[in-house]
Ligand binder design. Structure first.
Ligand code: ATP
Length: 423
């Protein structure tokens, strides 16, 4: 599959003038930025707020481009990690060296913090504002949560408007021209109407249709939205994914499965050989799935959820288009063995977890250590020394279910002593 650049990246505004509409926001922002560059900022931070996909981040990027500034960026999921805030704070506090470029510190989606009940993150940002030598820009869809009041008070508040259908159509038309795409006006109007002013989603729809069908017609726009409105059971999602004719069908089948994407990955992993029998197709499908797994690993490590779209690209289209030619094949996709095993052992794993949770605070060690080092010893004691085991169970407050789990065939003996002691 050729490497695909998302159009929201390819057609990001490069200059301030490319940011459609938002004249008042642009004016306020540039005045504020210039006050910084002259060394006399009116406020240390600006908080750009407004609906999704209306140009907040785009304006910051375009301005940075025009003024030759570097963007140091963080998004809300990073705010919970203190060391990251400190890393930014250090960057912000250091003197500008002779050759270093000026910087803008961008804290995207600060409204993500309000849900975390994390006062520490707000304090860390306020501290950053005290020491910064660079302009700090925050963005939010909804900055009105009570928890964000200290940030509002410390910032110049700049409102962005929801883009009109007309604005959205202007941008879509430009992209169609640059991509030399055949586009029906009615189709662009429909994409714009459905986007409700979110240009990001409108551009993504345009790209999905263009790549799927080569032409942008009203019919294809309707087809795409019909695909979006359903949830699929996993076996149904696999059927649709493997038999998809178009990239967007494979992708939406996966993203609309009614299970989480990690479980979906287990389903796909098990069923690649169910669907494919050509070794090269199997190899290519696993290659794509392993890339999805690599992206998932990066998301888990860094919290960069914007990579999730690539996970879906690899799991869905990547696996489905591993085929050499298109042919419809109906296959029965059963629940993966690994999931069945996990379901069978679920209760047992819960009891083991319960023992670890009960013992960890008493033995002043981690749950992992209890599971690794302590439980195996307890099992030996519970199966060989019932009287002693009963005393341990009583002393540590283990439940009868936990005793049965630890004692196995000796359960009745240990329980008899335990009940006697309890009386
Ligand atoms: N006013 C605009 N003019 C031109 N392009 C825009 C505009 N608004 C959005 N876009 C396009 O949509 C994409 C997403 O926009 P952007 O990241 O600026 O949205 P945002 O307002 O920061 O949204 P969010 O609150 O969801 O982060 C950009 O890459 C750009 O291509």
């Amino acid at each position: 599959m050729p490497r695909r650049i998302p159009w929201i990246i390819k057609y990001r505004p490069k200059k301030i003038a490319d940011v459609v509409n938002q004249d008042s926001a642009k004016k306020q922002f540039i005045q504020w930025l210039e006050s910084w560059l002259k060394g006399k900022p009116s406020k240390k931070a600006a908080l750009l707020y407004g609906p999704a996909g209306c140009g907040k981040t785009s304006l910051v990027e375009a301005a940075a481009n025009e003024y030759g500034l570097e963007i140091v960026e963080m998004n809300a999921s990073d705010f919970r990690r203190r060391q990251d805030i400190e890393r930014i704070a250090k960057t912000a506090a250091f003197m500008r060296s002779l050759f270093a470029r000026g910087k803008i510190i961008l804290l995207d989606e600060v409204d993500g913090i309000s849900g975390t009940a994390d006062r520490g993150a707000i304090d860390a940002i306020l501290h950053l504002l005290e020491i910064t030598r660079y302009p700090v820009v925050m963005t939010a869809n909804n900055p009105w949560d009570q928890k964000l009041k200290p940030l509002r008070d410390a910032s110049l508040m700049i409102a962005f408007k929801r883009l009109s259908e007309r604005d959205v159509i202007i941008v879509l038309k430009r992209i169609c021209q640059l991509e030399k795409l055949e586009c029906e006006d009615a189709a662009l109007r429909e994409i714009a109407r459905r986007s409700e002013g979110d240009l990001r989603s409108a551009i993504n729809d345009l790209q999905a249709i263009a790549e799927g069908f080569g032409r942008v017609t009203l019919n294809w726009v309707r087809e795409l939205s019909a695909y979006r409105t359903r949830e699929y059971a996993p076996f149904e999602a696999l059927q649709k994914m493997f038999n998809a004719r178009y990239i967007f069908q494979a992708k939406s089948a996966i993203s609309q499965a009614n299970i989480d994407y990690e479980t979906m990955m287990i389903w796909i992993n098990e069923h690649i050989p169910t669907y494919y029998d050509d070794p090269e197709e199997i190899w290519r499908a696993y290659e794509a799935l392993s890339r999805a797994d690599v992206y998932m690993g990066r998301i888990r490590k860094s919290g960069s959820w914007d990579l999730l779209s690539y996970v879906f690209d690899m799991m869905g289209p990547g696996v489905a288009f591993a085929r050499k030619i298109y042919r419809y094949k109906w296959k029965a996709f059963r629940s993966p063995k690994r999931l069945q095993l996990l379901a069978q052992t679920k209760r047992s794993r819960e009891v083991r977890e319960g023992i670890a949770m009960t013992l960890a605070p008493r033995l002043l060690t981690s749950r992992a250590t209890i599971k690794r080092d302590v439980i195996p010893f307890l099992k030996i004691i519970f199966t060989h020394a019932p009287k002693y085991a009963a005393k341990i169970a009583l002393g540590y407050g283990l439940t009868e279910e936990m005793i049965k789990w630890l004692a196995g065939p000796k359960s009745s003996e240990v329980l008899a002593y335990y009940r006697r002691l309890k009386r």
